[in-house]
Design a protein around this ligand. Structure first.
Ligand code: PHE
Length: 345
């Protein structure tokens, strides 16, 4: 093949390869070496041209230079194009935005806030107390006698640290929110209306309805004349606001050392309307809290005069309320933190 035809062919193939095979600057450089480098066919042809003379020599070099600058032009063009192109990880501002995952409050927190929000309009303040508590506030001050079975260590988590105030007994993880009653009475003068959310601890084995830790909301109202009728009115209003306006409540006599008289509050089972079904264990009623008139000994422990003031207290389990309002049958779901469960609230 004569040199002129070969030069044309080189130009064609070079242009095509450079156009299609260079995705990076390194590849452009590789193509430059292949087509224009010392070992390229073009360089070899230029060496052979030394034997040419006259007209032939002139026309060879003219064509050679044209082909060479065309290839150089092609390479330069590719380099430019690659520079203008964004790198693979650059931001494409034309893409639509991606929604960020949104957090939410735990169903127990939501239920707690809902419960509290129903008492605030009735004039109750929200207060908290410590989770690590003295034996005194958890038991003695609440008129729970020394020999009461719930004092036994199997019913309470004791904390293995020396008590900072030995006069107030050993340290423990509170088994209910009621110790806050006396703590508040020590701090504030009557009249008093408070609700106390908080976590409590009991060494119960885990099962669908028991956990070694759960949450309560405590309530306490004390003044010169608050009666059992006020207790019934407040809790009946609360139950209707929480479970629906047609909810029936029932006050069933009960015993707590720190209230007298005492009662447990049941609501008519929403699933069977009091007839008895699997949800309510065929009883027709579901227990939602304990309550009663504050025992005179408890008022005395809080330095209140039981001849001048009286009041009521109640305590409810938040998990229990959440299970009833959402139809959940296993308390353990609240503590496993499985997002597939939590994301439903
Ligand atoms: N503290 C009791 C419990 O944990 C509930 C309660 C509180 C009962 C206040 C009466 C008054 O079971």
């Amino acid at each position: 093949m004569d040199a002129g035809r070969e030069l044309e062919q080189i130009l064609q193939t070079a242009q095509e390869t450079i156009r299609t095979q260079t995705k990076s600057e390194q590849e452009v450089e590789r193509q430059r070496v292949a087509w224009l480098g010392r070992k390229s066919r073009l360089t070899e042809l230029s060496r052979q041209a030394a034997s040419l003379a006259g007209e032939q020599k002139i026309s060879f070099w003219r064509q050679f230079n044209r082909v060479k600058s065309a290839i150089e032009g092609e390479l330069a063009g590719r380099r430019q194009a690659l520079l203008a192109q964004p790198a693979g990880d650059a931001i494409d501002v034309t893409l639509p935005g991606r929604a960020l995952p949104q957090g939410r409050l735990h169903p127990i927190t939501q239920t707690m806030e809902r419960i509290l929000s129903l008492f605030v309009p009735m004039g109750f303040d929200i207060l908290e107390g410590p989770e690590v508590e003295f034996e005194y506030y958890n038991f003695d001050a609440l008129n729970i006698p020394r020999d009461h079975p719930s004092r036994e260590s199997f019913d309470t988590f004791f904390v293995d640290l020396p008590s900072p105030q030995p006069g107030k007994g050993r340290l423990l993880l509170r088994s209910h929110t009621s110790p806050v009653q006396v703590r508040v009475m020590e701090q504030r003068r009557p009249p008093l209306r408070i609700v106390v959310p908080g976590r409590v601890f009991r060494p119960d084995p885990l099962d669908p309805s028991h956990s070694f830790t759960f949450h309560q909301v405590e309530g306490l109202m004390v003044d010169g004349r608050t009666s059992f009728a006020d207790l019934k009115g407040v809790l009946d209003h609360f139950s209707k606001a929480l479970f629906g306006p047609h909810t029936k409540t029932r006050f069933r006599p009960h015993y707590f050392p720190f209230t007298e008289p005492s009662a447990e509050v049941d609501i008519a089972c929403a699933a069977c309307h009091g007839k008895g079904c699997a949800t309510c264990g065929r009883k027709g009623w579901l227990e939602i809290m304990g309550c009663g008139m504050v025992h005179p000994n408890v008022l005395k422990a809080g330095k209140y005069d039981p001849r001048k003031v009286q009041g009521f207290a109640f305590g409810m389990g938040v998990e229990r309320v959440a299970m009833l309002t959402h139809g959940i049958h296993d308390i353990r779901l609240f503590f496993e933190n499985d997002l597939r469960f939590l994301e439903q609230f």
